[in-house]
Design a protein around this ligand. Structure first.
Ligand code: SF4
Ligand code: SF4
Length: 360
């Protein structure tokens, strides 16, 4: 397998250690050492040395959610996300993707989303058509909300309406490219999607990005891949927090006791931890989860549930257990994918989004 020297160095250094296995959400869910960063490095190093074929490790390569907990925890500075994504890219280039991943990639290329959806729900369509006029501000909803959690997308629209913001919503949004980046890394197809999206965003002065997956892609990965965005891009949480500060959203604290599930894309990748807390404290009584802010534990997503639903269910159940361990009865989410994952297994724990707190 062709791999950059930088990645080879990380693979060959990381594979002798096991110091981050306890924080890997997938490894903890499966209970398998093969699911952790070190084991993935070992598999890749065996391929690099010609001992096994690339196809033999690909299921394992797609077990990683790229949450970066291992990268954050690694005191020696090795980066399993980097070598995992480069291996995905190489498998795509060599035509060695697992069939279930090729199907998702094909959907991304044909429909702009991994789920192969072509229509948004009637409620979102109505909400979008009320904001079809061109304004300076775009609310960018993203594929997960538009196609898989329509009610939450509608609520995000209602939050900005409640604050009296003038904004636009697109009936047909360009994909940000985050799903392709997750599936096949920095391939030409990924960069082409990102460039097309950047061009669409540049028609606006401000772009409010609802989904942290899109926010990470647009604010961080675009720069890494040389894709320029001229618009001022702001996360939904940072934008809503500013609306509260400016008095445009009138909040009332109900005293409801909640904890917050930090999305890693905000807390680790974009180093944004406080705006969501400012919003929540305006509406409720916030205490903290075990492992919060940049130490957060990923709680599952919609994309990986397409090909490993049982593991994603276990991942979410473990995070619910963490919430119960601190006596929490309500968890607030800021990532629509984690909202869906947690909600599916919540039991007697209430899962609500930031939008739910604001518009009910
Ligand atoms: S990422 Fe760092 S801590 Fe984790 S196994 Fe590799 S070298 Fe060890
Ligand atoms: S990125 Fe996350 S899922 Fe992947 S090996 Fe690291 S901790 Fe585990």
């Amino acid at each position: 397998m062709i791999m950059s020297e930088k990645c080879k160095q990380h693979v060959d250094s990381c594979r002798f250690c096991w110091m981050c296995h306890h924080i890997c959400p997938i490894g903890n869910a499966t209970g398998h050492e093969r699911s952790t960063a070190r084991a993935r490095a070992l598999g890749i190093s065996l391929v690099n040395r010609g001992a096994i074929e690339l196809e033999e490790i690909m299921d394992n390569i797609y077990e990683c959610c790229t949450c970066g907990a291992c990268v954050h925890d690694c005191t020696t500075g090795w980066d399993p996300v980097m070598f995992t994504k480069e291996t995905r890219l190489q498998a795509a280039l060599e035509g060695k993707l697992p069939g279930y991943i090729s199907a998702l990639v094909d959907n991304c290329l044909k429909t702009g989303n991994a789920y192969g959806k072509t229509e948004i729900c009637a409620d979102l369509s109505a909400a979008a058509s009320a904001h079809q006029s061109k304004t300076d501000t775009l609310l960018f909803l993203g594929a997960d909300a538009r196609f898989m959690a329509c009610d939450q997308a509608v609520k995000a629209v209602k939050v900005l309406e409640k604050a009296g913001v003038e904004f636009s919503v697109l009936e047909n949004e360009a994909p940000s490219g985050w799903q392709l980046d997750f599936l096949i890394g920095a391939a030409n197809e990924t960069k082409e999607q990102m460039s097309a999206c950047a061009k669409a965003l540049d028609c606006y002065k401000t772009v409010v990005v609802y989904d942290p997956n899109d926010a990470k892609a647009i604010k961080q990965l675009y720069k890494e891949y040389g894709v320029e965005v001229k618009a001022n891009v702001i996360t939904f949480t940072a934008f809503v927090a500013s609306l509260i500060k400016e008095g445009k959203l009138k909040a009332e604290n109900t005293g409801k006791k909640v904890v917050f599930q930090d999305p890693y894309q905000l807390s680790r990748d974009l180093e944004e931890t406080e705006p969501a807390r400012e919003i929540i404290r305006a509406y409720a009584d916030l205490s903290e989860m075990l492992l919060n802010r940049e130490e957060t534990v990923w709680a599952g997503n919609i994309l990986m549930a397409q090909y490993m639903p049982d593991v994603i269910k276990l991942v979410a159940e473990r995070r619910i257990f963490n919430a119960k361990s601190v006596g929490a009865s309500t968890v607030v989410t800021a990532c629509v994918s984690e909202y869906v994952s947690l909600k599916a297994v919540a039991g007697d724990v209430e899962i609500i989004s930031i939008e739910d707190l604001i518009v009910g």
